[in-house]
Design a protein around this ligand. Sequence first.
Ligand SMILES: Cc1ncc(COP(=O)(O)O)c(C=O)c1O
Length: 365
Amino acid sequence: MATFDDLETPAVLVDLDVLERNVSGVAAWARQAGVRLRPHVKSHKTVEIARLQVQAGADGLTVAKVSEAEVYAQAGFADLFVAYPVAGRGKPERLLALSDRVRLTVGVDSSEGAAALSQAFAATGRRLRVRLKVDVGFHRAGVSPEGALELARGVAGLPGLDLTGVFTHAGQCYHQACWEDVCHAGRHEAEALVAVAEALRAAGLGAGECSVGATPTARSAMFVPGVTEARPGTYVFYDATQVSLGACGLEDCAMTVLATVVSAPAPDRAVVDAGSKTLSSDPLRPTPDGYGLVVEPARRSRLQRLSEEHGVIGVEPGECFRVGDRLRIVPNHACVVSNLHDRLFAVRGREVVGALPVRARGCVR
Ligand SMILES: Cc1ncc(COP(=O)(O)O)c(C=O)c1O
């Protein structure tokens, strides 16, 4: 039986025992909270892990991009939410084609974006479910809570569109200094979104779905009354940022990058064959501190800097790295790592039990 000691490096390992525990753990929270679970599959971009999520009780999948939706539709997933303000050339036509194959819902946060979708769907006599993206503090995309009613009225009046709900992503949770503040951000996300949904309903507008989504806030947000759906993504793998925020322990991290020490030119410096093209250059959040945790063998030394194909470890006093040493590194941000690799090696313990093709890799259109 092959073990990961036989693999060439760098290689991305996914510990299936840990992953399955993460998948069933969050599914259990959702059941307990009485909300539907629609995991964001941008985190793994694989068909196999999405199947595990559906087997564990997910009601549908969330994607960011139309091209991701196309991959999952092709693989037979029947209920997809593109949780992104879809706009631009070619997109309405591709959504039309997708809507013939799956139960499709799309995010909107502007009258222009909604009008383009409406035009395409109304012209062909078809209807598209849309949800309004509401900004409850991340200040990325999304209409403000104050502007939501006006936009919702406009969207609801457009032919070819059915306004079915509202959604948010509490990305601000990744910048909170302590776990208490992360949980507070989650409760605030949900309460603010529920208040918007209630205002829309009071105005006679369809806002049945109230969908929250992020891993660190998943638990605090999904138990707020009025929430109907949760869309965490990163929880399948967790990562060094989730550990740093307090969302999980190191033992919950299912993804590690296996790397080899290729150079040890000074007592305080060693170099592995995993740089930014393997680990991504995403910083640790909420406080930047290197580019991954060396967990096997466990080391205090951090990857201090990355270039494309080199990861430079600042060797702490008392620690030593030799050329040829093999290390397992928990990355800062697992979702970006998936997208950098063609396949993830599935392991149980040290045994390699399969390879998961990253089918939606590079699907950014
Ligand atoms: C709209 C939306 N929903 C859900 C998620 C999942 O959040 P997380 O990566 O914290 O699991 C994201 C992440 O970027 C997102 O943008």
